[in-house]
Ligand binder design. Structure first.
Ligand code: CA
Ligand code: CA
Length: 99
């Protein structure tokens, strides 16, 4: 259950991170104060060099408060990039927590 707690912490980090992403006007639909949810964010929204995966630098650009160890947890195969599948795993996890 320790891991579950950790993912809850992750969600809090992400929720504060999505505010930054939304205010970057990329999403352009949060004028009424509604925040973007994790499940609405696509790889392509973060993929600065359009190679189909997210480096830590790209990830941090979208979520300035993110830490390397958080990225490492999401990076299941440890190749230093988040691919679509790894991102979807996190999105599913997030949905499972009622977010
Ligand atoms: Ca990339
Ligand atoms: Ca990976």
């Amino acid at each position: 259950m320790k891991q579950l707690f950790f993912y809850l912490c992750l969600t809090l980090i992400f929720l504060s991170g999505t505010q930054a992403l939304a205010s970057g006007s990329k999403m352009g639909k949060n004028q009424d104060g509604k925040s973007s949810t994790i499940s609405e964010i696509q790889i392509s929204d973060m993929d600065g060099n359009k190679n189909g995966s997210i480096s830590f630098e790209e990830f941090k650009a979208a979520f300035p408060s993110i830490k390397q160890n958080v990225f490492d947890i999401l990076d299941k195969d440890k190749d230093g990039q988040l691919n679509k599948m790894e991102w979807q795993i996190f999105q599913e996890m997030h949905k499972g927590m009622g977010g």
